[in-house]
Design a protein around this ligand. Structure first.
Ligand code: ATP
Length: 238
């Protein structure tokens, strides 16, 4: 579905990505794991055309446009790190912002219904200001807002960051259901254990380079991954 070939990104003198290549197969969850500053967000930002890059990114056989609004129209939507809700808008108004294209605006009632089915608490709170929601609810809201754009590829940047363990479980369960509903997922996470457990495929990034790749389950039992990202646990439980 998506093929990233030799993509490099620099921020002035800082080279953030060095000829990164990756593939994402339709209908799967692909994870990118790595420590702070490894370049994970930069990969997502390059796909979204939020940063200029060298190399090529091909989506369904065609090069991706270099303008973010056009990338969204092609069916790729990003959920940025940090639960960026519009705090002064209601939950439902936040969701409506996600139905950005004309095609999606025409399907508004149906799209809202889908989000409320995925996460019913949003319907209970639809008239409440988004700023009054809990951290977990805000995370669900930004995921559902992205789904209002009917993406075929949903990119999630650190969805579990700063959430309590019980809420993290709920967020990951929701991500699984989104995949089951037919959306392909690219997941950037520092929670290597949880993300690899539910991923079909994974990439490990260090200093802007892919240093390892493989099936989620294979990476979980890899000694280097275990030592660097799983606290030395050899057989983590999923
Ligand atoms: P984190 O988990 O901390 O967000 P990351 O793996 O997503 O880390 P990136 O945010 O992609 O990493 O950053 C990769 C490198 O690029 C880091 O060295 C970072 O400091 C640098 N960088 C990122 N954004 C900018 C920017 N706007 N200007 C300058 N340097 C940047």
């Amino acid at each position: 579905m998506l093929e990233i070939q030799n993509v490099s990104v620099s921020y002035g003198m800082v080279k953030a990505l060095h000829a990164v290549s990756m593939q994402i197969q339709e209908g799967t969850i692909t994870s990118i794991i790595g420590s702070n500053g490894a370049g994970k967000t930069t990969i997502i930002n390059a796909i979204s055309a939020m940063v200029p890059y060298q190399g090529s990114i091909v989506f369904n056989g065609k090069p991706l446009p270099l303008k973010s609004n056009q990338v969204v129209r092609k069916g790729i939507v990003q959920v940025p790190e940090g639960r960026k809700v519009f705090a002064g808008l209601t939950v439902e108004e936040n969701l409506m912002v996600g139905a950005y294209t004309e095609r999606n605006r025409k399907q508004l009632p149906q799209l809202l219904k889908q989000q409320y089915a995925l996460f019913p608490r949003l319907e209970e709170r639809k008239d409440q200001d988004a700023g009054t929601l809990s951290g977990g609810e805000q995370q669900m809201l930004v995921i559902c807002r992205a789904l209002m754009g009917s993406p075929s590829l949903l990119m999630l940047d650190e969805p579990s960051l700063g959430l309590a363990p019980i809420v993290v479980r709920e967020v990951f369960e929701t991500i699984k259901r989104i995949k089951e509903n037919g959306t392909t997922i690219l997941l950037v996470e520092q929670n290597a254990n949880k993300s690899l457990c539910m991923s079909d495929y994974g990439y490990v990034i260090e200093n802007g380079r892919v240093i390892l790749e493989g099936k989620g389950q294979d990476l979980l039992s890899n000694a280097k991954v275990s030592e660097a990202y799983l606290g030395g646990k050899r057989k983590p439980t999923c």
